[in-house]
Every structure is written in structure tokens, then in C-alpha cells.
Design a protein. Structure first.
Length: 319
């Protein structure tokens, strides 16, 4: 028996658990803090992007851009593609997803299993050596090839802000019964970050952005980013509309180490961006007073990363 029945898989999006990490706090010598993890992997597609996809699709339907039989084309590093593939089944449109070789093979297979048409770019943009730029160029090409096709454009779509303002951050505050002192959130499109900032504008909460070394967001210097899921090779339109408390730039090895540490002490397996969030949180913990509520938003689960960040051989060869 459950205390709630669900009608359709989309009704399970959101209401993800907020879990106190007492073992991690003890490991860090900060038992006097309340360290929490918002486990977005409990969404039906396994990530926070389920919220973003549902919000963008609902907005496109409401504005008349999307209807049964439509074709939608979107770029994704993985998780959004899975979420939009599910939305395509539920709302009866055809979904084309553009990915690059860094996308986890399990995630790509998940998209295809849900009926998505997957297009993979084979080389980065020759001018910038950036994969995201190459993906977006292919999206533009496909939009001209498929008559009437639309693009949600997760990099500029403000429906993402609303989804995380009214969902992710609102849930955290409701579960705690008050606004937390600190929230750490990984950035790529910056939709989650923007939603968290919007929800906490009249509170003392400090929202910290966690970016990748090599990302160009918020004035970062372009470089190699071996891990998908956080950071960006272009300045997204959404990122120009938000101002985080501060920005932590986390290298790939630090993200991997922190992800493995959480798995070892809490039996929670985060993805690459979750590892980066934990690494940034770890560096900040010495500065926080006793009793502070510190929340790490873990965007996805590490299952899709078992052959990458949790595989020693892959790490040695690629990071």
C-alpha cells in the first residue's frame, strides 16, 4: 500500500527526497552541521532534467508551438535527451536528439529505447574545439531539414527557471521548514541555478554555482572538459540572467574523487556533476558555523557513469 497513487509516469516528476548526510558530516569533522543531499535521481528519468523537460514541453504546448505530430530537435549531453524522449511518447511528438561522443552510452540507449532519433556529431567545432558548439550547429541544420520542426533551446528557455523555482527549491524549503543557509548547484544551461536563485530572493540563502574547469560560463577560461553534465563551451543566454553568490570551478579528478567518496561513506552513487558539487561543498565546509543547513543538489545517479568516472582504467586514460 502507498499513501499516493499516480496517474501516468509524468505525475512522478518532482517530490524527490532530501537526505541528511550524517556519515559525510562525520567524515569531514563537521557533525555540528546539517548536510543534505537533494536526490534528483529519484525523478522518473533519473535526473533533474525531468523537471526542465516537463516545464519546457508544457510551455510549448500552452503557446501552441508543440502539438501531436510535431517534430522537436534538441541538443543534450544526455539527461535532457532521456527526459524529452519520455515527453515525446506522452505528448505524441517526434524527438530528435543531438549528442556528442562524451554522452554515456547507457543514456543514449535509453533515449533510443523510448523512440528518440539520435544524431551524434563526430567532431568538435573546428574554430573553438567545443563539442556543444558543434551540437548546436547540427541542431540548426536539422531544423531546416524537417519542415515545421521546433527547438526548445534549453540554453535560453526560461521555463527551466520556473520548473526549478516552483519544484526543486520550493521542495527543499518545504521539507526543511525554512530556507537553507547554503545551496550548491552544478551549472550547464544554468536553469536549475536560476530557479534556486528566484525562489530564495527574499531569504538569507546563499546559492553557490559549481562549474567545470574549462567552462566559459561566468567568465571562465575555455579548456578541455572530459566529463559531461556540468560546465559549458558557450555562454548560455540563461547564464547572463543570473548572479550566483560565488562560483567554484572544479576539475574532473576532484569531481570523481568526491563522487567516489560519497559512494563509499553514504552508499549514494552520484553522477559527475554531483561529484563536482560535493567537491565544492567540501572546500567550503570549514567556513560554516555550527547548525547551518547546507544542501547539495545531486542532479543525477552514477549508474550511467559506472564505465567512466567509477572505472579506474577509464579515469587513467581520459582524465
Amino acid at each position: 500500500m502507498t499513501d499516493r497513487l499516480y496517474v501516468g509516469i509524468e505525475s512522478t516528476v518532482g517530490h524527490t527526497p532530501l537526505v541528511r548526510l550524517d556519515r559525510l558530516a562525520a567524515l569531514k569533522g563537521r557533525e555540528d552541521l546539517n548536510i543534505w543531499a537533494k536526490l534528483e535521481s529519484f525523478n522518473p528519468g533519473g535526473s533533474a532534467k525531468d523537471r526542465t523537460a516537463a516545464g519546457m514541453v508544457a510551455d510549448a504546448i500552452a503557446t501552441g508551438r508543440l502539438r501531436p505530430g510535431s517534430i522537436a530537435v534538441e541538443s543534450s549531453s544526455g539527461n535532457l535527451g532521456v527526459a524529452l524522449a519520455r515527453e515525446a511518447v506522452l505528448h505524441e511528438f517526434t524527438f530528435h536528439c543531438v549528442v556528442d561522443p562524451r554522452a554515456n552510452r547507457t543514456t543514449v540507449a535509453h533515449m533510443r529505447a523510448l523512440g528518440a532519433v539520435v544524431h551524434e556529431v563526430t567532431e568538435p567545432d573546428p574554430e573553438t574545439s567545443d563539442w556543444l558548439t558543434a551540437r548546436r550547429q547540427l541542431v540548426e541544420k536539422l531544423l531546416t531539414e524537417y519542415d515545421g520542426a521546433i527547438n526548445f533551446d534549453q540554453y535560453s528557455n526560461r521555463a527551466a527557471f520556473a520548473a526549478h523555482r516552483d519544484g526543486t527549491m520550493a521542495e527543499i524549503m518545504a521539507d526543511l521548514g525554512h530556507a537553507p543557509d547554503h545551496v550548491f548547484v552544478a551549472v550547464s544551461t544554468t536553469g536549475t541555478l536560476g530557479g534556486c536563485l528566484a525562489a530564495t530572493v527574499d531569504t538569507p540563502t546563499e546559492v553557490h554555482a559549481v562549474d567545470a574547469e574549462g567552462s566559459v560560463l561566468f567568465g571562465g577560461k575555455r579548456g578541455v572538459r572530459p566529463l559531461p553534465g556540468y560546465g559549458a563551451g558557450v555562454v548560455t543566454e540563461l547564464s547572463t540572467q543570473v548572479t550566483p553568490r560565488d562560483i567554484a570551478r572544479i576539475d574532473a579528478r576532484s569531481a570523481i574523487s568526491a563522487a567516489r567518496e560519497l559512494a563509499a561513506c553514504e552508499a549514494i552513487l552520484p553522477g559527475a556533476s554531483g561529484g563536482a558539487v560535493l567537491a565544492a561543498l567540501d572546500a567550503a565546509l570549514p567556513d560554516y558555523p555550527a547548525g547551518a543547513d547546507v544542501v547539495a543538489i545531486l542532479h543525477d545517479n552514477g549508474t550511467a557513469y559506472l564505465s567512466t568516472i567509477y572505472d579506474d582504467t577509464w579515469v587513467e586514460e581520459n582524465v
